[in-house]
Design a protein around this ligand. Structure first.
Ligand code: SAM
Ligand code: SF4
Length: 343
């Protein structure tokens, strides 16, 4: 069910950052680069991509200004993503800059982990609070194939380093591809259960981006849940207000918290509280749609913070109700490439 416009609502000039549907935006995912050292099969086309030119990327100062203006409208959660955030030079400088912004209470990162282990403590010292690490399988060869060249051992080291640096709870993201890594659900649960105190595993439905996976290999969150429930007892965990879209359960047998994220089969557009700032300054108000004009051009045109705030409010006001992709729809339903948008 998609939201409908709220009668009589007008675009506010102050206060919370809301859209026509009355959804309040409190969370921004900042893609710091479209580049990546992996090429996951569901994320990047096999033939690779043309990277954004370096000069088109927001500088750290520019990201800081945009996040600062978002914070005065009530955005308090920031996640750094990409592409792979750790391939951008001196990423800890950006962490420190964002962490110092008044109102930012939660600063996290999603990473593939390849370069993370030796940066973990520096990032924690700079103000990073938590990380999500993508890990779809515990089979090194399969991992290499799914990521087109990734090194599982480095990712496992990253998870250990994150725990040691206190970047907890470490949430592990596993995109499930039918007939490929779906059996790994059980291995992931068993492997990480001993770390249940500070580690969670979230199973994610693939989204239909260009260059992504095929419809026939899509595995719904419902089916994942059913299959896991055949082997384990899943006890529902109450969803935190303003928390993420995962439906979470605690596994009675081992205490591990697992989540299921279902952007297609049980979409959560009506509660969407997030924005995506792409590395070149485009604000993507909905993951499924092409972005708005770049905020970088607004900034580089000399806008002060009030004008920047107005530009952001305008773009958010124009946010679409959501996406209507479903398993039978066009399987390139989401516009663009995930690594460029920032997952
Ligand atoms: N490189 C980092 C990583 O892999 O964690 C951050 C960027 S990546 C785009 C962010 C998340 O998006 C990852 O957990 C990845 O598994 C997920 N993702 C990428 N393509 C996807 C797709 N087509 N459907 C669902 N999730 C996807
Ligand atoms: Fe890179 Fe992350 Fe996309 Fe994999 S999911 S290609 S690691 S951006």
């Amino acid at each position: 069910m998609l939201p409908t416009p709220v009668d009589g609502l007008e675009m506010p000039r102050t206060g919370p950052l809301i859209d026509r549907f009355g959804r309040q935006h409190t969370y921004v995912r900042v893609s710091v680069t479209d580049r990546c050292n992996y090429r996951c099969v569901y994320c990047m086309p096999a033939e690779g991509m043309d990277w954004m030119p370096k000069e088109s990327l927001l500088t750290y100062e520019e990201v800081g200004r945009i996040v600062g203006v978002l914070a005065r409208m009530g955005v308090h959660r920031v996640r750094l993503t990409g592409g792979e955030p750790t391939v951008r030079r001196d990423i800890d400088e950006l962490v420190a800059r964002l962490g110092a912004i008044d109102g930012i209470r939660d600063l996290s990162m999603t990473t593939n982990g390849h370069l993370f282990a030796k940066r973990a403590q520096t990032l924690a010292d700079a103000g990073l609070r938590r990380i999500n690490v993508s890990i779809d399988t515990l089979d090194p060869e399969q991992f290499k194939a799914l990521t087109r060249g990734g090194d599982l051992a480095r990712v496992l080291d990253a998870i250990d380093a994150a725990r040691a640096a206190g970047l907890t709870p470490v949430k592990l993201n596993a995109v499930m591809v039918r007939g490929e890594n779906d059996e790994q659900m059980f291995r992931l649960v068993e492997h990480f259960a001993p770390f249940a105190a500070d580690t969670q595993v979230r199973f994610i439905e693939a989204m239909p981006f260009t260059g992504g996976i095929d419809r026939r290999t899509h595995l719904s969150a419902g089916e994942m849940r059913t299959r896991l429930a055949e082997r384990f007892t899943l006890e529902p965990v109450e969803r935190a207000v303003g928390g993420g879209p995962a439906t979470t359960y605690r596994i009675a047998e081992n205490g591990l918290v697992v989540g299921f994220i279902s952007p297609i089969t049980e979409h959560f557009c009506h509660t969407c509280n997030r924005l995506r700032l792409m590395a070149d300054g485009h604000l993507r108000t909905c993951l499924s749609r092409e972005p708005n004009p770049s905020l970088r051009d607004v900034l580089r045109g000399g806008a002060d913070d009030d004008l920047l705030e107005y530009a952001i409010r305008n773009q958010v006001w124009g946010k679409v109700p959501g996406h209507e992709a479903h398993l039978e729809s066009d399987w390139k339903a989401f516009e663009g490439v995930m690594t460029r948008i920032g997952g």
